[in-house]
Design a protein around this ligand. Sequence first.
Ligand code: NIG
Ligand code: FE
Length: 423
Amino acid sequence: MIVEADLLIHSAAQVVTCASDVPKRGAAMQDVGLISDGAVVVNDGRILAIGPTESIRERYSAGQTINASGKVVCPGFVDPHTHVVYAGDRIDEFEQRIRGATYMEIMAAGGGIVSTMHATRNASVEELVEATLPRLAQMLRLGTITAEVKTGYGLDLDSELKMLEAIAALDLAQPIDLVPTFMPAHAVPPEFNGRSAAYVEWVINEMIPAAAEWYKNSHFVADGRPLFCDVFCEQNAFDLEQSRRVLAAGLEHGLPAKIHADEFTSLGGVELAVDLGATSVDHLDVTTAEDIALLADSDVVGIVLPAVNFNLGSNEFADARALVDAGVAVALSTDINPGSAPCPSQPLVLALATRYQRLLPAEAFNAATINAAYGVGLADRVGSLSPGKQADLLLLNCTDFRQVTYQFGGNLVEMVVKNGRIL
Ligand code: NIG
Ligand code: FE
C-alpha cells in the first residue's frame, strides 16, 4: 500500500540526518547519519519517513515532489547563542579595535555592551523589530531555522521586558523559531556603577520574577518553548557568586540556566553550570583541562563561538578538539551581536571551527544541528531529520555536505523548508 503525503524530496546525492536520541559525544560526532541517494517524506509539517530513494518511493507518494539530484538535504541549522536583538551598531568600536584597543578595554571605558544598551533603551519595540528583521532574514538565507535570542541590552526592568516583547513579536513575524533567554546580568548598567551587588539584588528580586510572569502569559509557554536565564560570568561583569545567585533565582522561577563562562577569564563558571544542571555553558575559550573533564561527565552542552575570536582578531580559539575528544557534547553558534561577533552565518562558523578548532566537517555539522538543538532544549522537535520532528530542512547546492565547511564566504543554501513549507 502506498501512503500519500504532502511532500517528497527524492534522489538527493546525500541526506544528512544528524539523528540522535542523546547529545552526540566523542566518536558519535563523526557520524552525520548519511544516506546516499536519499529521500525525505513530509506530512502535516512533520517528517514522516527518511531513507534510500528507491525504498521510500515504493511506500510513499506525495502531492508535491522535489528532485534533489545533485543536492544535499540536511536539517536546518540551530543557532543556540545569539544577541541578535539590538539597536544601533558598534562600527566605531570596531575601528578602535583595529587601531589597537581591546574588547575588554572598550568595555571598561563604558563602551561595549553598555553602548548598545543606550541605543536599545532609546528604541521602541517596533524599532527593535525593524532593526532585527533583516538580520534574521540573513540568518535564514544562510540556513538557520531555529535560534536562541537573549535580552541583555536593556539592563533595566522596562527595557529588558521591552526586549522580551520584541523577541516575541519577531518570533511571530518571520520564519525562524526563536527561543528566548532573559539576561539582565549581561553587564552592570551605569546607574549601578560600582554597585554590582545592588544590581544583582535588583535582578534577583525584581527582574527575574517579572520575566517569569511575562513568560507565563507569552505564546512561548503554549508552544512548549522555554525561557532561559543567562549570566555573563566574567571580570568586570559578574563574579562566580553573583552568577550563582542569578541562575539559582532563575531556576527557582522555572527558567533553565545558561552561562557565559571562560571567555576571557576562568572564574569557575563551568563547575557552576555542572552544579546547577545548566542546559549549556558558552564560550569556553580559556577552560582548564580539569573543567573540560567535569563538563564531559555532565549533561551540560558546551557551546563554542569561534566567530568571536575571529572578529576580535585573535588566533586563540576555544579548544573544541579537546572538548570533543574528552566527550563534551559540543555545539557551535554565531553569537551574533553588535560587538564581539556581528556574524549571521552558521556556515562561516563551521568553516572557522574546522580550521582553527580542528573539528572534522561531520563534527561541525552535528555541533550546529542536533547538539545545538539540545543546547536550547528543543531536540525533541528540531536539529535532525527524524520521523516526527518538524520538517525544517535545507537543500544545499553541493553533492557532499563537507562542502559547507570546505567552502567559505559564499552560500550553498539553495532552498529552506520550514514546517514542510518551501520558503
Ligand atoms: O557573547 N560576552 C558577552 N556577551 C556577548 C557580547 C555582547 C556584546 O559585545 O555586545 C558575547 O560575546
Ligand atoms: Fe553571548
